[in-house]
Design a protein around this ligand. Sequence first.
Ligand SMILES: *Cc1c(COP(=O)(O)O)cnc(C)c1O
Length: 404
Amino acid sequence: MIDPLKPYYETIAEMKAKGLYTTHRVVESPQGSWLKVDGKRVLNFCSNNYLGFASDKRLIDAAIRAVRDFGIGPGAVRPLSGNLKLHVAAEEALARFKHAEAAFLLSGGFIANIVAIQTIMGKEDIVISDELNHASIIDAIKIAQVKNKFIYKHSDMKDLERVLQEAAKLAKGKKADGTHPIIMITTDGVFSMDGDIAKLPAIVRLAKKYGAITMVDDAHGEGVLGGGRGIVHHFNLHGKVDIEVGTFSKAFGVLGGVIAGKKELIEYYKQKGRPFLFSTGLTVADTAAIIEAVKVLTKSASLVNKLWDNAEYLKKGFKRLGFDTGVSETPITPVMLGDENLAKNFSAKLFENGVFATPIKYPMVALGKARIRVMPSASHSKKDLDFGLAAFSRVGRELKVLKI
Ligand SMILES: *Cc1c(COP(=O)(O)O)cnc(C)c1O
């Protein structure tokens, strides 16, 4: 019998032959501004650990203490016997921190997006999505089986209004249960490949005009924008964005997701959200670390400020060298290269020069828009950043991206 999975194995062979197969470098040290990768000490320019929390002693100590007190595993889904006091404390701390009515702790950002969309949106509802939204939003919409999907041009408010007009017409009809379809506008808060910020105030205004609800996935804004409180705080839109999703796997340095919003909505999610009802809650260590991170950020914005200082220093440095860093408004710093192979070679040469920065290329970004996405963090010193810039300068000249 022929193995039904054979086509997949052939795909792998083909990818290897064409040089499209990705290998994953092995990290042999804790996260931080310098890493040991594949046996070599390199400057870390590509992690989402914006605030250095992934190896912060305060978070580690909090996690160890909690594991001693509560054990290592939650034991069951939260609706059964796994609803730990820690989960409840984290949700209260997060709601206070974000100035939201309520917060819902989940085991990841991807899961949080599925809960946020699938639980309230069905086949007959209408989703309006920015064309550059994250894969987890796209998949959440698929899981919800929403049939009426509109995609608007990236951050183009004219185009958003155009599709809202179409959606509003459609929403005049009734669903099988006699109610009108819900229109949801969903957007990334910070677009992860380019670092630009969603035009949330305009989106909220348009949503109100056309009777839509709004959802923002603030994975790269959590811990970064609004003094660490996220995009809703950044734009002072408290209570005006229906659903704010965040993750703790980026700036918070651990794992976990959150949905913040109105108390009644969070209650509904907790009763009906399938990935919550049928999947175990967040680990003890992660939950305790999140509580500690909120404490640290509530006391002082110094880490967030250091991150932004470093980002500005880096962007200025790249510009001075003659690199194009695109349209970023946040610490995400894409060094635009264009060609896929160039980006791949550039990254390999950087590694030889002691800098770890992975290429971002198709299908993560459009074909011909390949780049190295540099991620500064609060734990980088100016000396680290200078080391990185010098390597970019050398490789840039070697590969003729920069003039000699
Ligand atoms: C990273 C990311 C996620 C996924 O978050 P996890 O907590 O890693 O599951 C979701 N949305 C966006 C925009 C992201 O950048």
